[in-house]
Design a protein around this ligand. Structure first.
Ligand SMILES: Nc1ncnc2c1ncn2[C@@H]1O[C@H](COP(=O)(O)OP(=O)(O)O)[C@@H](O)[C@H]1O
Ligand SMILES: [Mg+2]
Length: 473
């Protein structure tokens, strides 16, 4: 595959996995003032100065002098590049351009060859056709074919007359890619500029509206969902896979030992498999586990789900690898009795001391042997059984205590049922957040916080027949 052609905007190249596909004709549309000319020139300026690729800017309305003048504001000395034969700004009428382009060995082709031109910007394609009749449509198609034949990577700028109406026009079908620039009202206070890639041949698109600014160095785009890297995390910590392939990729291998993750879910269906897969993997990795039995399911359910993942929970119990905390007095499967710590009679005041007495000796003894512990904490049950103030008062402390003894923690909760302030507090306290939600008939998953600092895009959850019973797309 040919190397992608860098756009000259770092954030955009990130979204494009390196740049535009070589030889592609990309439609760039937006209302006047959104930055099409700036983007087009930045593409050519970067090509000429960094990649030493010559470019041509074809304009139908503005005079080269005016463009030189405007671009100096970004520190781009276009005249100098013209002298070095790395750039041409050509003001021409659409009719003559078309005529010259259509001629084999015509003026356009001559200039392209003479300069060894690799990049072209046409400002604007809207003026190449003055209607929707078949003949003017064909012009767009012809131009794309000529640009492609000459292996030119090109940006076709398109003036959007009515930004409210994002109609699909003929150009969208003909172009290899479509980028939409917009200026939107945001929170009634200020306007934000956004860029969205709606099409790009042969490239996996990072979906969404990405915010950019026009600075004194040109367009600066910050991809949505990117965060500052958490450099505090040690590189040598071990990770245990979640067993869900795509999720492990996003988490750089799995959940790092000694970290705390929140699994935010409001759907009853799929979290069982996410949790089940994570839990089974920890047991298979030889870790010892403590889990809170949720109010809405029982140890019989846990045993059945572990069996689906190839883990015999009774065997784990017998080996002292699995302990359970239960807030309810209820039957447990045969053989589980000694592994269940009953909390229903324990008051809030006694809670921590009681747990320390019950679990402390077991955890300490095994830590001396270098064994790792994993805990599954059900915040929904804690909220319903102990109340919000108890959670707020002790949660951070519990997470810190768990981390201090090297415990890996997964906390199940439902942000939708708790207030913003509390959920922000929970997010801050943890190293990672995996969110799931239902939209219509679909369920989504997104890593919104991770120890590596990257957020993921939202992924669709698909149910499958084999382990781990879900797949992220
Ligand atoms: N040096 C600069 N700093 C910040 N913004 C600028 C600068 N120069 C131009 N702009 C902004 O860029 C916009 C013009 O962009 P332009 O590329 O000409 O848009 P379009 O071609 O889509 O009409 C204007 O709205 C202007 O406010
Ligand atoms: Mg313009």
């Amino acid at each position: 595959m040919k190397r992608p052609v860098a756009s000259g905007i770092a954030g955009l190249d990130y979204l494009l996995h390196g740049g535009f596909p070589a030889g592609a004709s990309v439609l760039v549309e937006g209302a006047p003032g959104t930055g099409k000319t700036t983007l087009g020139m930045q593409f050519l300026y970067h090509g000429a100065t960094v990649d030493k690729e010559a470019g041509i800017y074809l304009t139908f309305e503005e005079l080269p002098e005016q463009i030189y003048e405007d671009m100096l504001a970004f520190g781009w000395d276009l005249r100098q590049l013209e002298k070095e034969n790395l750039l041409r700004v050509i003001c021409i009428s659409p009719e003559i351009l078309l005529e010259q382009m259509m001629q084999p060995e015509g003026l356009f082709e001559q200039i392209v060859r003479e300069m060894n031109c690799r990049r072209v910007v046409i400002d604007s394609i809207s003026l190449m056709h003055d209607g929707l009749d078949a003949e003017s449509r064909k012009n767009v198609y012809r131009i794309r074919n000529i640009l492609r034949k000459l292996s030119l990577t090109s940006l076709l700028l398109r003036e959007q007359t009515d930004p409210e109406r994002t109609e699909i026009t003929y150009e969208h079908y003909v172009a290899d890619g479509v980028i939409r620039l917009a200026l939107q009202k945001h929170m009634e206070k200020y306007r934000k500029r956004t860029l969205e890639i709606t099409k790009m041949r042969g490239t996996r698109i990072l979906e969404g509206e990405h915010v950019y600014r026009i600075t004194d160095k040109g367009i600066h785009l910050i991809p949505a969902l990117s965060m500052v890297e958490d450099r505090g995390l040690r590189k040598d910590v071990s990770v245990v896979p979640t067993g869900i392939a795509r999720l492990d990729e996003l988490l750089c291998g799995g959940i790092a030992s000694g970290t705390a993750f929140i699994l935010d879910t409001n759907s009853k269906a799929n979290y069982k498999y996410i949790m089940g897969s994570i839990f089974a993997q920890r047991l298979l990795a030889g870790e010892r586990t403590i889990s809170m039995v949720p109010s809405i399911s029982t140890l019989f359910d846990s045993k059945r789900i572990m069996a689906l993942f190839g883990v015999d929970l009774l065997e784990a119990v017998e080996q002292g690898k699995a302990y359970f905390l239960d807030h309810f007095e209820r039957p447990a499967p045969k053989g589980f009795e000694q592994a269940v710590i009953q909390l229903n009679h324990v008051s809030d005041e006694e809670y921590h001391q009681y747990l320390d007495e019950k679990l402390g000796p077991i955890v300490n003894e095994s830590r001396d042997k270098g064994e790792n512990w994993f805990a599954y904490y059900d915040l929904n049950t804690m909220f319903s059984e102990r109340g919000k103030s108890f959670v707020k008062r002790f949660f951070a402390e519990e997470v810190n205590r768990a981390r201090a003894v090297g415990l890996t923690l997964i906390i199940l909760c439902n942000f939708a049922e708790i207030d913003d302030e509390t959920s922000a507090f929970l997010e801050r306290t943890c190293n990672g957040v995996i969110r799931t939600w239902v939209d219509g008939a679909y369920q989504y998953l997104q890593v919104t916080k991770s120890p590596h600092g990257r957020m993921s895009e939202p992924l669709l959850i698909e149910n499958i027949a084999e382990k781990p019973f879900i797949r992220l797309i």
